[in-house]
Design a protein around this ligand. Structure first.
Ligand SMILES: C[S@@+](CC[C@H](N)C(=O)[O-])C[C@H]1O[C@@H](n2cnc3c(N)ncnc32)[C@H](O)[C@@H]1O
Length: 371
């Protein structure tokens, strides 16, 4: 395969908003209750003075969507997760109608952060409008990119591009590390499917795998893994392709190039609506696991191992329909279970405002072999 085919995928970025008419202005003296209500009713509004006006509007909007008491309460443990998702979707839609002006690739508001992504991701346009929440996302992503993310299983940071998934909890990474320490099989070639920021690929390299091939459907993840591999000087041992699961190899004769190990850390929750690319790191689409298991065997040597990291989060939130790995094992004779390792997840921090569905959560490491 010619790796230049996918060398420079065009990165994902928040889409600039095009408005037919100039959106009405919002400033610090606006009536925030009215502003929030207008956003809920579908109006596009433009912040015209300082960055903090955007924060004030979002704070008021949050009260209107979630209710004052709930938005301030630390514990939402009893609230139904579906209801929470619905409100969150309403909040997301309304807040994305609050716009920020960008001029010469900088935010044209007083007291705004400098966000390098506005230059890096928009080389083709200088002046445009972006939703305030997208600006916030770009800002925190830029901070992570500058600082790098540290993982307890790696000796180096990973610098994730905007829009690239990286784990903020590490139980499943530790589980994978523990399993890799004991792994006795061949270490010639491994595939990391849905690589995200590439943390599992770097773990595989750390444990002596000679060649890793990572894939992800998200172009920014591909850029992240590629740039970080270069940064670590391992670009000869870590290839990365933009691919829907194993699609990149669809027309190839893979005989003799099968992997000793395939690892997948998929999204852990089923999607309930049309998921955007960024959500595809968190929510899996119908049929994803079926497609994965149907093809995985063709890319694995006979004695190779298929490792799937998963969690019972779908079960504890009540939104998963069955367990995708258990379903696969029960329905087909493509793989058999060799081991299942589990690890309890630490509960959320006391300050979190999210529903506490993680208190009974386990992460799982499934080891499967071909029949
Ligand atoms: C939960 S994240 C895991 C990332 C990384 N492996 C880790 O353990 O941190 C899932 C990743 O799978 C990717 N993904 C989702 N659907 C995919 C597909 N059909 N083909 C390839 N990658 C996919 C997402 O873009 C995301 O990066």
């Amino acid at each position: 395969m010619n790796s230049d085919e996918t060398r420079k995928p065009f990165p994902l970025r928040p889409e600039p908003v095009t408005a037919d008419e100039t959106p009405d202005p919002v400033h610090q003296n606006s009536d925030m209750k009215e502003v929030a209500a207008r956003l809920m009713a579908g109006a596009l509004l433009l912040i015209t003075d300082t960055y903090s006006t955007g924060l004030a509007v979002l704070s008021e909007l949050k009260k209107q969507v979630f209710g004052r008491r709930k938005s301030e309460s630390v514990e939402m443990g009893g609230e139904d997760f579906q209801d929470y998702r619905t409100r969150r979707a309403a909040f997301r839609q309304a807040s994305n109608r609050l716009l920020v002006p960008v001029e010469q690739n900088r935010i044209a508001l007083r007291k705004s952060p400098d966000i390098g992504w506005l230059r890096e991701l928009y080389p083709d346009i200088q002046n445009f409008l972006l939703p305030f929440p997208q600006i916030q996302g770009l800002n925190s992503s830029w901070q992570w990119f500058l600082k790098g993310v540290r993982f307890p299983v790696l000796k180096h940071e990973i610098y994730p591009w905007y829009g690239t998934y990286f784990p903020t909890r590490f139980d499943h990474l530790k589980l994978f590390d523990e399993w890799l320490i004991k792994y006795q099989g061949r270490k010639e070639r491994a595939l990391d499917i849905g690589a995200g920021c590439g943390v599992l690929s770097f773990q595989l390299l750390k444990h002596g795998f000679r060649h890793i091939i990572a894939t992800d459907i998200n172009p920014n993840a591909v850029i992240t893994v590629r740039e970080n591999a270069r940064h670590q000087g391992v670009q000869d041992r870590l290839d990365v392709y933009m691919s829907d699961l194993f699609m990149i190899w669809k027309d190839e004769d893979e005989d003799g190039k099968k992997a000793d190990l395939i690892v997948l850390n998929p999204p852990w929750l089923p999607a309930d609506e049309d998921t955007g690319m960024l959500d595809r790191a968190i929510y899996y689409e119908p049929g994803l696991f079926d497609r994965f298991f149907a093809d995985a065997g063709d890319h694995l040597v006979d004695e190779g191992k298929l490792v799937v990291l998963f969690s019972n989060l779908g079960h504890t939130t009540g939104i998963g329909e069955g367990h995708p790995v258990e379903n696969e094992l029960a329905r087909f004779k493509r793989f058999r279970k060799v081991r299942l390792l589990q690890r309890k997840v630490d509960g959320p921090s006391r300050k979190t405002r999210r529903p506490d569905h993680r208190k009974d959560e386990f992460v799982e490491l499934w080891v499967l072999e071909k029949y």
